[in-house]
Design a protein around this ligand. Structure first.
Ligand SMILES: *Cc1c(COP(=O)(O)O)cnc(C)c1O
Length: 347
């Protein structure tokens, strides 16, 4: 084991999934685009049927919760949030009480709960739906936070200890998981005797990208790390990701390297009209990968991410002959969510 590997494993971690996840070559798409295209199957991290990038992050976050003696876990997201559902799953695996505050960007039908929101209920999580009611997403997220603060105060007055996880698991502890994820992918590529020039991932909170950028710096790799955004972000987005990457390096005690905004790309050209709104290119990308390779993507994140990668392959931004990896971050439960989110996939 490298020194780096040993140090990383000194931070606490619980086992929630199956690792290493498979790395597969996309044979037909490699032929079609004249590149070596691989897919890293982090949709298979699961312990339940449904994996994704949040399982990696939660191995570190839940261990931190346990180390701090918490018995309750609280987190946030949209009603169909993968992060919220994976947190609820992780809490049940670890024997902690799950509480989620979910903003209803897409209004759920209480008589016909779908996908992740249905799973949250099967797991018996304490679910709080926070409607937008005409306010902005930012205002609604703040309302979720203040409702949660009240609930935490109430629980702590009853002797409970709460672990508060930000939306997306976006902090240094969660992002540290993708330093390990980057290392796992690098050693798989090394075994195959290949090196990747480009690594694509869908990005939301940016924690996964933060970990990947930190992993790249730590290994001294020259790979171009490209995040394809799943929604609109403010101008501080990249700075927050770089800071979180450095927090992750700090958390694992590797401060000899640091991440700047030049170490990764955030591309905002592929989310279409917005988060949880299907885009034409994403719908086409989902059908393409399903029909060419028998692999499913989701309409909210990976479909948009994959559509961005296809555009890079088609427009020459990725030169012919390059080796490219797409990180499949999961989320396929969204295929069974509200039609507004799924879009025209059946057509
Ligand atoms: C959360 C999520 C992402 C984005 O990951 P971040 O670390 O929040 O940027 C990508 N894909 C899927 C399926 C997700 O659930």
């Amino acid at each position: 084991m490298s020194d780096y590997h040993k140090t990383l494993f000194q931070v606490p971690k619980v086992s929630l999934g199956f690792f290493p996840t498979p790395l597969q070559r996309l044979n037909r798409l490699s032929d079609r685009f004249g590149c070596e295209i691989y897919i890293k199957r982090d949709d298979f991290t699961g312990r339940s049927l449904f994996g994704g990038n949040k399982v990696r992050k939660l191995e570190y976050l839940m261990a931190d919760a346990a180390a701090k003696g918490c018995d309750t876990v609280i987190t946030y997201g949209a009603t169909q949030s993968n992060h919220a559902m994976e947190t609820v799953t992780a809490a049940r695996i670890c024997g902690l009480k799950p509480i989620v505050y979910l903003h209803s960007l897409v209004e759920p039908d209480p008589e016909d709960l779908r996908a992740n929101l249905l799973l949250d209920h099967i797991y018996g999580a304490e679910v709080h739906i926070v409607p937008l009611n005409g306010s902005t997403l930012e205002e609604t997220k703040e309302r979720s936070q203040s409702l949660a603060r009240e609930r935490i105060a109430e629980l702590e007055s009853q002797g409970h200890k709460c672990y508060n996880i930000p939306g997306g698991g976006f902090n240094g502890v969660g992002a540290a998981a993708y330093i390990a994820g980057y290392q796992e992918l690098s050693s798989q590529l090394e075994k195959l005797g290949i090196s990747m020039q480009y690594l694509f991932s869908a990005c939301g909170s940016g924690g996964t990208l933060a970990g990947l950028a930190a992993g790249k710096k730590l290994l001294g790799s020259q790979t171009e790390v490209i995040g394809i955004q799943s929604g609109k972000k403010d101008s501080g987005y990249k700075a927050r990701i770089a800071k979180t990457a450095n927090d992750a390096l700090d958390y694992i005690g590797q401060t000899q390297v640091s991440v700047s905004e030049d170490d990764f790309i955030c591309d905002d050209r592929y989310y279409g009209e917005g988060y949880e709104i299907p885009s034409e290119k994403s719908t086409a990308a989902i059908k393409l990968l399903a029909r060419q390779e028998g692999i499913l993507l989701d309409p909210v994140y990976t479909g948009k991410g994959f559509s961005g990668m296809i555009d890079y392959l088609e427009n020459g931004a990725v030169p012919k002959g390059s080796t490219v990896v797409f990180l499949h971050t999961g989320g396929t439960t969204a295929l069974f969510s509200e039609h507004k989110i799924v879009g025209p996939l059946a057509e």
